[in-house]
Write a protein that binds this ligand. Sequence first.
Ligand code: C5P
Length: 281
Amino acid sequence: MTEVSALAPAKINLTLHVIGQRSDGYHLLDSLVVFTELGDEIALREADALSLEITGAQAAGLAAEPDNLVLRAARLMGEAGAAITLDKRLPVTSGMGGGSSDAATTLRLLAQKTGAALPDTAQAMTLGADLPVCLAAPVPSRMQGLGEAVTPVAHLPPLWMLLVNPGQGLPTPEVFKVLETKNNPPMPAQLPMWRDARELCDWLASQRNDLEPPARHLLPVIDQVLDALAAQPGCLLARMTGSGATCFGIFISEAQRDHAAKALARPEWFIGATRSYGSPE
Ligand code: C5P
């Protein structure tokens, strides 16, 4: 029996502008998203029934219940006979889109295995607002609307990245609930043509993650993570991803990133040294 497997990469919001709110409470976003070589791993093989086993360093954060996004994704594809294993390496409720990326990878693997078409954007959105961008992974993308409008972004270089999570989950709805200003300016319509990571980070410094202030208010340890990252030699930018609490640092070199990974190591913190995928040539 052949087994197929694939990486479910971490999703990192280099920017996350909240530019409005709909009457149903959902927020209008404008976000620059990249994916990293670090992620969860999904493997699946044919079986008599649909099942999910969760392994890995972060497995304790997640139950293999019917509402698990991996199983919901499989059911959306009409799959009833697959044994799925999720190797959970990313912390849960951490702003890295782990659940959405796992679901998107499951959809892609099942489409590959059965030849069935991927669900359309509206169907994918029933699993989560990050599904469309995760289905486009690992291409750097601009995500707009509620998450349904995804455009590939050119000229984005691969980045040496350090991901740091303080070991505490932060549920997305709670962060949106304490967000004060919901009509912030979007990114410019035309994104710049960055020549390298330094130029990109100079520009990113003029942009924002609007969920950072409310998340820091709810979880002050985020301040500590951001300060610690920004103080590392070679750190070009330190910011929070998604609704937190994971923060990322972008480094000039692999060596400086690795140095920072050692300097920031604490027993209760998750530290992921990785690289993000750049735009295709
Ligand atoms: O779609 P997903 O389950 O990832 O969203 C989690 C929560 O994030 C939603 O319940 C909602 O509170 C908030 N959200 C939002 N506007 C979006 C996406 C998510 O308010 N565009």
